[in-house]
Design a protein around this ligand. Structure first.
Ligand code: SF4
Length: 311
């Protein structure tokens, strides 16, 4: 067996900062400490923090007044921020700056009187947060067919935004339909699908043609991991989205395959390495790392934690 280990894969800058923020917050303020929704969409990461005394909540009523609350990488709506202020919670905002940028664009377009079409997945934490920034003037589109169903009073005043972790190809299809139906539509100069999502998809696009099987390490609720699996499947490669090595079924392999191994932006590298070890032990797999592009993106810690990372 040959393993093609895709690079880049795994943690992005936003996830790195969110995890580091929670680690620092535990050290600085102790536990229990509260996080609104999952810190990132990964079973291992969430469980590791639960074991340390972190409490993940979906309703601020669950957080005692005055306690520390961390916002996850996916961001929150103004309504959540308002409720947190009412409960006098001490906020640590680990929202990824690339999500914050989309929020700012939503506010800008809404103030300028645009109807905003958000391309994204209903119910995803990021989409809920972004839609909350301009609740009365934002419509969600999930597929090209949805574009025809849009009812917009002033077709000359329409803008679009995208969730950061979409399929680049799906988003491009929807944007083409939007441009056709609303020729005056405006949008971000560069798509808002983030660099990490784009790079991980590009690596799978370029490498999956050499593979008989693709394994994507990531949790089922991780949007960008799901998109990686879809991309490989759409290229005709049998693909499995796995949370970790225990999900690998040896019956998927004859033992002489080329396996493309990648990981979503919230999947830890040690879990990827456990998968490599299992395939090495079971199928004497040899590993070949293939780099499609270099990443050197870093984000600052939330302002509430700056200076606490030294020593
Ligand atoms: S996937 Fe992109 S938008 Fe999401 S946390 Fe990572 S860098 Fe930020």
């Amino acid at each position: 067996m040959r393993i093609i280990l895709a690079r880049p894969r795994g943690f992005c800058a936003g996830v790195n900062v969110a995890i580091e923020s929670l680690e620092l917050a535990i050290r600085a303020f102790g536990t229990p400490i509260y996080v609104y929704h999952e810190i990132v969409h990964n079973t291992w990461v969430v469980q590791r923090f639960r074991d340390q005394g972190v409490v993940f909540v979906s309703d601020l009523e669950e957080v005692p007044e005055g306690a520390h609350l961390l916002y996850s990488a996916h961001g929150v709506s103004p309504e959540v921020r308002h409720k947190a202020a009412q409960r006098r919670l001490v906020i640590i905002d680990a929202t990824c700056p690339l999500v914050t940028k989309v929020h700012a664009q939503a506010v800008r377009y809404a103030r300028a009187g645009y109807t905003i079409v958000l391309i994204g997945h209903a119910g995803h934490d990021e989409v809920v947060g972004t839609m909350g920034e301009a609740a009365g003037s934002m419509l969600l589109v999930q597929a090209p067919e949805d574009v025809e169903r849009l009812e917009i009073a002033d077709p000359a005043k329409v803008a679009y935004l995208t969730q950061t972790t979409l399929s680049v190809d799906d988003a491009a299809r929807i944007i083409r339909r939007l441009r056709k139906r609303f020729p005056q539509i405006v949008g971000p100069s560069r798509k808002d699908i983030c660099y990490a999502t784009q790079n991980r998809q590009e690596a799978v696009r370029r490498l999956c043609g050499e593979a008989n099987v693709t394994l994507v390490v990531g949790s089922q609720n991780s949007s960008n991991s799901q998109r990686l699996a879809e991309l490989a499947r759409s290229a005709g490669v049998p693909t499995h989205l796995i949370d970790g090595a225990a999900d690998i079924d040896p019956a998927w392999f004859q033992g002489d395959e080329t396996v493309l191994l990648t990981a979503g932006a919230s999947a830890p590298e040690n879990v990827v390495q456990q998968c490599v070890t299992l395939l090495q032990q079971r199928f004497a797999a040899r590993v070949e790392t293939r780099t499609v592009c270099e990443e050197d993106v870093r984000f600052l810690l939330p302002k509430e934690l700056r200076g606490r990372d030294e020593g």
